[in-house]
Design a protein around this ligand. Structure first.
Ligand code: SPV
Ligand code: MG
Length: 284
């Protein structure tokens, strides 16, 4: 399904961020067919910075919860693969075992830093990173492998980005994710036009949120990732509620602004458990 969506479809499609089983379930209820297990959002929900502070095994545990609770295809943000080719293939093999549908690997150096933070973004050597992709592709052929290019983040030009895209395609990538932190879409769209869709292109329009999706459709982009909006919504909501409860020393004022307990039970299908109990539980 993820492969069909990213690699074989002519239609622009969307991945919604999830950082745990609950956010995945909410995205599924909203209608999303595939999810993005965001490194930033998962780190954030665990109280870590997006700088490889969370370990790869913590990441795969969260991914498993997202996969099992949603039964949707999940594209996992594998950062740079947590080391060299060996760490990258261990990550890929384990993600496959835990039910992920795909992984993105970015050409950053360990430990990475979130692409929007600071200026220290050394790029991996092309050959070395291609080895990470090849190793991943060998151990988990059926995972969709998205190569993420950080050249524009690292201050390099479009030529470097295109050069890398070709090398990563040769190394077995199924799609290319082009990253940039400019607040307009121009840089990604000029990449798409220079690349000519040798492989499908994935973009993450976090900073250029004003660009209408029709621009991506017209340019021939395959996949858009809404990368961190659930965790940011959760932070905004929790902040407001915590602030009010603290300030008002009570919960009366916020009750009508938050999800009811019945809605929580409905979201997590407590009714299914009741039906299962009626069917399977011994009654004496
Ligand atoms: C993530 O969601 O972790 C991403 C996208 O890699 S971003 O945080 O925008 O770099
Ligand atoms: Mg990330």
């Amino acid at each position: 399904m993820l492969r069909a969506q990213i690699c074989c479809s002519r239609n622009l499609s969307f991945l919604m961020e999830a950082h745990d089983g609950l956010s995945g379930t909410i995205a599924k209820r909203a209608g999303f067919k595939c999810l993005w297990a965001s490194g930033l959002s998962i780190a954030c929900s665990l109280g870590y910075r997006d700088a490889n502070e969370a370990s790869w095994s913590q990441l795969v545990d969260v991914v498993e919860r997202i996969v099992v609770s949603t039964e949707l295809p999940v594209l996992v943000d594998g950062d740079g693969g947590f080391g060299n080719f060996n760490n990258a293939r261990l990550l890929a093999r384990t993600l496959r075992q835990r039910g992920a549908a795909g992984v993105t690997l970015e050409d950053s150096c360990f430990p990475k830093m979130n692409s929007f933070v600071g200026e220290r973004h050394p790029l991996a050597d092309i050959d070395e990173f291609s080895g990470r992709l090849r190793a991943e592709d060998t151990v988990a052929e059926d995972l969709v492998l998205v190569a993420r290019i950080e050249a524009l983040i690292g201050g390099h030009g479009m030529d470097e980005a295109i050069l890398r895209a070709h090398a990563y395609a040769d190394a077995g990538a199924d799609a290319i994710l082009i990253y940039s932190r400019k607040s307009t879409a121009d840089e990604r769209l000029s990449f798409v036009s220079a690349w000519q869709n040798r492989l499908p292109v994935v973009i993450v329009p976090t900073k250029y949120y004003r660009t209408p999706v029709s621009a991506y459709r017209d340019a021939g982009v395959s996949e858009v990732i809404w990368a961190n909006h659930s965790v940011r919504a959760a932070i905004a909501g929790m902040r407001q509620v915590c602030g009010r409860i603290f300030g008002e020393e009570g919960v009366g004022g916020i009750e009508q602004h938050i999800t009811t307990l019945d809605e929580v039970f409905e979201l997590l299908s407590y009714d299914e458990l009741a039906r299962a109990e009626a069917r399977y539980l011994h009654r004496h």
